[in-house]
Design a protein around this ligand. Structure first.
Ligand code: PEP
Ligand code: MG
Length: 601
């Protein structure tokens, strides 16, 4: 029976595919497709893990003290029975051989199926056996990790016929939540759309999903409970709606929309070589946000004038908690710099914390998680300054990459004068170390992210020390409005158009321009065409966004006249509802239509 699930639209378009469920309790296991030839090895891994857990349980049973309660032995028997039940291991093997899931994913998928069956049982005693099943799976996952022969590699790209990885049908991913690190694993995978139960529009999971440029809906609350494995699903990324088991008429309508969207994309792609210049001749820099050096070629193809934000923290993820060495980082930064062929690359120092833990297994050791309010905790530059050895390694790696092209260094989340001083001391020290070792590096401009209201309100301090500033609107909105950007429960209050937010942004841009310093916006707002004219009216001339957004923003600015927009700014900022005022003023101009903002609830 067809039904709909509602969530938040985070990237537009329509995806139609079969649901692949990632079990909610197991999102921290690796999920990737294995090639045909690896199926027997993967099955063998699973069987070895099963045998190892079997021995573990038998030993436990044998070594039970004589006075142990009888229930304990009975419980171990139940675990052994569950372990050897075909419903668990036999079916898991099917996931591996038929779907080409890696063993951990296959196990999680089967756990989800069986857990649902347990949930539906009438008998309370049997229902409670679900917890036992989860414990058995936990043991199996641990055994798999112990014998982990398979690295956390990114999933392979789909075979051209789609046959080797998960069959011919398009697949969409349904999960309770996907950590940014897991999202990265899916980045070059076969999925044509995503749905998650939790998450806000500018959560980092949403940002990585958006960078994949595939339709996605987050905050769909019950989606992973209501949608079943293999259900046919339509993801309407524009409306933030997921239609499960659609009727043939609905399906046909969406296929039609898919074709329209594709035509629109092709039309926009033709703008790639068109210079980004407004009607009145203002040159606008459209830069790219990237997560990995492998994203750089895509940025060039999209027509980016450089990289405005390289989120270096993604180099720190999916490494089992080990930090990347200076040389590894240097190679990654150099790869991005070389791929951009002389265009500037702005590398932001690591912004770990909040909704971007390095690795779930080691967060405790890295002292940045498990706090009550991680977004207000040891995040970004705060963490870097608390790990001086790690920070200097990263600074040296970035400086070294500057010998191969134009590199700009960007520091996230600065608030205090003391942090600014310590940061410059660390940079000076890293330069001295390279000098002493005779290692070459180039001229590097240093910039600050303005993403906390306290920074926006003391621009003279920042403009005195930094060559440029970049406004992180995602966090600036979060911290100005006291709205957790990753929490779907308050996502309706996360509002880029809030007058307080707009005033801060406008003031930062004005002061930076008056001081003759470079200023750009690198939050999601920069890539939202509904905000393009507003930012131009504020005087912004440098926008950094996901490469997939560049064409749509360029289309808007090609039709804009900054001489007409600037005088409207006062009216917009003074309005009780700046969004409505902006739409009204823009509609007043011929040829302009106000479109719905990606960042408004
Ligand atoms: C921002 O806060 O707007 C930003 C660009 O940084 P991030 O989204 O990585 O926090
Ligand atoms: Mg930020």
């Amino acid at each position: 029976m067809s039904f709909q699930v509602f969530g938040l639209s985070i990237s537009r378009g329509v995806a139609i595919g079969k649901a692949v469920l990632v079990a909610s309790s197991r999102v921290d296991v690796a999920h990737y497709f294995i090639p045909d030839a690896q199926v027997p090895l993967e099955v063998a891994r699973l069987c070895e893990a099963r045998d190892a857990v079997g021995e573990e349980l038998e030993t436990l049973k044998r070594d039970l003290p004589a006075d142990a309660p009888g229930e304990l032995a009975a419980l171990l028997d139940v675990h052994l029975m569950l372990l050897r039940d075909e419903l668990l291991t036999g079916a898991t093997i099917c996931w591996i051989s038929e779907r080409h899931y890696n063993a951990e994913w296959a196990l999680s998928a089967q756990l989800e199926v069986v857990a649902r069956q347990f949930d539906e049982m009438e008998d309370a005693y049997l229902r409670e056996r679900k917890a036992d099943l989860e414990q058995v799976v936990e043991r199996l996952l641990r055994a798999l990790a112990r014998g982990a022969a398979v690295p956390l590699a990114p999933p392979p790209a789909p075979a051209s016929d789609g046959g080797d990885f998960g069959g011919e049908e398009p697949l969409v991913l349904i999960a309770n939540d996907i950590a940014p690190a897991d999202m990265l694993q899916f980045k070059r995978s076969v999925f044509t759309g995503f749905v998650t139960d939790v998450g806000g529009k500018t959560s980092h999971t949403a940002i990585v999903a958006r960078s994949m440029d595939i339709p996605a809906v987050v905050g769909a609350r019950e989606a992973s409970r209501l949608i079943q494995q293999d259900d046919w699903v339509v993801i309407d990324g524009d409306a933030g709606v997921v239609i499960v088991d659609p009727s043939p008429i609905v399906l046909e309508e969406y296929r039609f929309r898919q074709r329209q969207i594709q035509l629109e994309r092709e039309r926009l792609a033709r703008l790639r070589h068109t210079p980004a210049v407004t009607l009145d001749g203002e040159r606008i820099d459209l830069l790219a946000n990237i997560e990995l050096p492998q994203d750089a070629p895509g940025a060039l193809v999209a027509g980016a004038a450089g990289v405005g934000l390289f989120r270096s923290e993604f180099l720190f993820m999916n490494r089992g908690g080990a930090l990347p060495s200076e040389d590894e980082q240097f190679e990654a930064y150099r790869a991005a710099v070389e791929a951009m062929q002389g265009l500037p690359v702005t590398i932001r120092t690591v912004d770990i914390g909040a909704d971007k833990p390095i690795d779930r297994m080691t967060v405790g050791e890295l002292r940045h998680a498990h706090t009550l309010n991680p977004a207000l905790g040891l995040r970004a530059i705060r963490w870097s300054l608390s790990e001086p050895g790690m920070f200097r390694k990263q600074l040296r790696a970035i400086l070294r990459a500057s010998a191969f092209g134009k590199v700009r260094l960007l520091i996230p989340m600065l608030v205090h004068a003391g942090e600014i001083r310590q940061t410059f001391e660390a940079i000076a020290r890293a330069r001295r170390q390279l000098d002493d070792a005779g290692v070459p590096y180039g001229e590097v401009e240093v910039g600050a992210m303005i993403e906390v209201p306290a920074a926006a309100l003391q621009m003279p301090l920042f403009l005195k020390h930094f060559d440029f500033v970049s406004i992180g609107t995602n966090d600036l909105i979060q911290y100005t409005l006291a709205i957790d950007r990753a929490d779907e429960a308050v996502s309706h209050l996360y509002d880029v158009w809030h007058p307080a937010v707009l005033r801060l942004i406008a003031d930062v841009i004005r002061q930076a321009r008056e001081a003759g310093r470079g200023v750009s916006v690198c939050g999601e707002m920069a890539g939202d065409p509904a905000c393009t004219e507003l930012l131009l009216a504020m005087g912004l001339r440098s926008f950094s966004m996901h490469p997939s957004r560049i064409a749509a923003v360029k289309q808007r600015l090609l039709r804009a006249d900054t001489r007409k927009l600037a005088p409207l700014l006062g009216q917009i900022l003074d309005a009780e509802s700046p969004e409505a005022m902006c739409a009204q003023l823009l509609r007043a101009e011929p040829g302009k239509t106000a479109s719905r903002s990606l960042l408004t609830a």
